[in-house]
Each structure stands twice: as structure tokens, then as C-alpha cells.
Design a protein around this ligand. Structure first.
Ligand code: SAM
Length: 266
């Protein structure tokens, strides 16, 4: 199907509708780029969760991998059109808010994720995904949101997303995107990030580490011991890891966060 800009416009017009900017609706029209990105992602054989499929620009290449795709779309009009445009039993369309879904119930525990993410909830979506650890993630986001995956200690956007990404994933930016590759054109620049889960490393379940790093970084100017609550357990953990209580959390690299979190559990 691969709808071009004229077909997209015609479909919206025929139904007396417009792209809904409040829902971050910027549809991608460079289909060759998406095919290439999906090929590079090399999705393993397992269900794929697609976030915000819109009218299927990314859904179609995802289906071409041979995997089952469960696509969660908030806009009922788009959710209704999608199975008409891509009629296959391997596609399940759920009309709803991605942040309100029981994802394991939809796709199981072992799944991959993909999406041209609605910009207004990118960080909550990424955080939700990092708690579930999909095998592969192919994510199109604003460039500022992509920077959160790659941030290092001291960077303004260094936080839980960077910490979990560094520990659990091999991440790389596949390419930058141009506003002219969308309809309607967004005011911002975006990029495509590919994240492949690291296998073999013995790591804790991510939700606790995410909460821990979030709390520790909530007030960036606080010393670590203040951020951790000045407890005996916190003092012992800092000593075990060889950290001064006066250090600031934002200066710790992901591996040190992991060591401290592990010491706090002990
Ligand atoms: N994947 C399509 C593409 O690349 O052309 C559309 C991408 S568009 C940037 C984001 C999509 O996410 C829109 O279809 C929008 O309706 C949908 N969306 C917005 N908020 C959502 C939410 N909370 N849950 C699920 N989908 C949402």
C-alpha cells in the first residue's frame, strides 16, 4: 500500500479530517528509508509491538519481516483504516493509548518494539519500554529525545534513559530525518535509533534500577548521600562501591549506578 503524500491528503479529505497535531500526527512518506531501517534492524522471529502506526508507513515493512505485528493506535479513525490498508492476519490493531496497555498480555514477554513515536509522550513511552526490555527497538524520535539514549555523565539530558540504555542495549543512531520526509512537516528534526538488547550480561530487573537512578537524579545538585536519604544502608553502599558521600549523582557513569544499586539491595 505505501501511501504517498497525495493519497494521504486524499484519504483525510475524503473523511473530512485533518492530521491531529495534538496527537503528534506527522506521517512518514519516505517508504524506502523505512524499508532500509527495518532491514538494518534485523528483527528476530518474535512479535513486534508497534507504537502509533498511523496509516501503516512503518507497519508494512515490519509485516514484511514475517513477524506478527501488534499495533497500538490512539486515534480511532486511523485504527479503523489500518486493517483495511494492510489486510493480513499477522496484524492486530489495538485502538487505545500505548501508556495504558498491558503490553505482556498483548505480545508476551519476548518481543521487539518499533515506532515513529508521538513526540509529546516520547520519554514516558521509552521509559515504559526500557522496563520491559524488548529484544530490538527501532525508534523514530525528535533529535533531543534521541540524545537521551546516548547522554554521558554531566550532559544536561543524562538520566535514567541513558543509564538503562548503556547497560542493557547496544544503541546506535541509524540516520537523521528531514522534515520534508513527513506530512504534515514537523517543526523539528528527528532521527532513527536502533537498540539491540545485550545478551549474556547478568543484570537486575530494570524497573528497580530505573526508579533508583530516577530518585538519585531527581535533584541534580544534591550530594549523593542526601539524594539517597542519609541512611546507614546508603552510607554502607557508598563505602562498598568506594564513593565519597559528597559526590553528585549526575557525575556517576551507568556502571557505577548499577554497582551502587546492587550494593543498596545487599
Ligand atoms: N507510524 C506513522 C508514520 O510513521 O507515518 C505515524 C507516526 S505519528 C508521528 C505518531 C502516531 O502515534 C499517530 O498515528 C498518533 O495518532 C499516534 N499516537 C499518538 N498518541 C498515542 C498514544 N498515546 N498511544 C498510541 N498511539 C498514539
Amino acid at each position: 500500500m505505501a501511501l504517498g503524500i497525495n493519497e494521504l491528503k486524499a484519504l483525510f479529505e475524503a473523511h473530512g479530517r485533518r492530521a491531529n497535531r495534538a496527537l503528534g500526527q506527522n506521517f512518514f512518506i519516505d517508504h524506502a528509508l523505512l524499508e532500509q531501517a527495518v532491514e538494518t534492524a534485523a528483527f528476530a522471529q518474535m512479535p513486534i509491538l508497534e507504537i502509533g502506526p498511523g496509516l501503516g508507513a512503518l507497519t508494512e515493512p515490519l509485516l514484511n519481516t514475517g513477524n506478527a505485528v501488534t499495533a497500538v493506535e490512539k486515534d480511532a479513525f486511523l485504527a479503523e483504516r489500518l486493517p483495511e490498508l494492510l489486510p493480513t492476519e499477522r496484524l492486530t490493531v489495538v485502538n487505545g493509548d500505548i501508556l495504558k496497555q498491558d503490553i505482556p498480555a498483548l505480545v508476551g514477554a519476548e518481543f521487539s518494539a518499533a515506532g515513529n513515536l508521538p513526540y509529546y509522550i516520547t520519554t514516558p513511552i521509552v521509559t515504559m519500554l526500557l522496563k520491559l526490555l524488548p529484544d530490538t527497538m527501532l525508534l523514530m524520535t525528535q533529535k533531543e529525545a534521541a540524545a537521551r539514549f546516548f547522554a554521558r555523565p554531566g550532559d544536561r539530558v543524562y538520566g535514567p534513559v541513558a543509564i538503562l540504555t548503556a547497560l542493557y542495549y547496544d544503541a546506535k543512531e541509524l540516520c537523521e530525518l528531514d522534515p520534508a520526509q513527513y506530512w504534515p512537516q514537523p517543526d523539528v528534526r528527528s532521527s532513527v535509533t536502533l537498540l539491540k538488547r545485550k545478551r549474556g550480561a547478568a543484570l537486575p530487573a530494570p524497573a528497580g534500577l530505573l526508579r533508583f537512578s530516577d530518585n538519585a537524579l531527581a535533584q541534580r545538585r544534591k550530594t549523593l548521600i542526601n539524594a539517597l536519604g542519609k541512611t546507614e544502608q546508603a552510607h554502607a553502599a557508598l563505602e562498598a562501591v568506594g564513593l565519597s558521600p559528597a559526590v553528585r549523582a549526575e557525575t556517576l557513569d551507568p556502571e557505577t549506578f548499577l554497582a551502587l544499586y546492587t550494593a543498596m539491595q545487599g
